[in-house]
Design a protein around this ligand. Structure first.
Ligand code: MN
Length: 195
């Protein structure tokens, strides 16, 4: 089995002005393509070849190349899915209720997520995860993922890429502005579905 680069449900320029077209194009067609191809090469002929991506990420003692590229493949696939040109606002129903239970309010959850994204030193991701209905926020380094051994646990339902390749063309060193822009693009219907 090999993994395929997922198509986007929108054009590269559809997320402007928040995420610029050039960044989206390079990010999807170069970075994500690279992770996908490298993952396929790394699992070829190994026991990981017939596993789902989730099974791969949850495997103990993942070889370095599979860990980095498997994470890169999964993380970006999730990232594109939870973005939409007409995003933003707040989730409805069940998910918002759980956010209120676990964080006190939507605003508190957003603050905690922003802090996780802003304080991740170097490259990595910020996550909103679900674990037996309960929500938690964390960040991971590099292309690591909450599903991996020794990470923060839970299944990610919302993720933000804070590698410089995700924002540097448009925001340079202003990561907090990029993080704030992200909230205008979130497809809460999709996040809610995976919750
Ligand atoms: Mn990326």
């Amino acid at each position: 089995m090999s993994f395929n680069l997922p198509d986007l449900n929108y054009n590269y320029n559809a997320l402007e002005p928040y995420f610029d077209a050039k960044t989206m194009e390079i990010h999807h067609s170069k970075h994500h393509t690279g992770y996908t191809n490298n993952l396929n090469n790394a699992i070829k002929g190994t026991k990981y070849e017939n596993m789902s991506i989730e099974e791969i990420l949850k495997s103990p003692d993942l070889p370095f190349g599979i860990r980095n590229n498997g994470g890169g493949f999964y993380n970006h696939s999730l990232f594109w899915k939870i973005l939409t040109p007409n995003g933003g606002g707040e989730p409805s129903k069940q998910l918002l209720e759980q956010i209120n239970i676990d964080f006190g309010s939507f605003e508190n959850m957003k603050m905690e997520f922003n802090k996780a994204a802003a304080t991740r030193f170097g490259s990595g991701w910020a996550w909103l995860c679900v674990n037996n209905k309960k929500l938690n926020i964390c960040s991971t380094a590099n292309q690591d993922n909450p599903l991996m051994e020794g990470q923060c646990g839970g299944t990610p339902i919302l993720g933000l890429d804070v590698w410089e390749h995700a924002y540097y063309l448009n925001y340079q060193n202003r990561r907090p502005e990029y993080i704030e822009a992200f909230w205008n693009l979130i497809n809460w219907d999709i996040v809610e579905k995976s919750y």
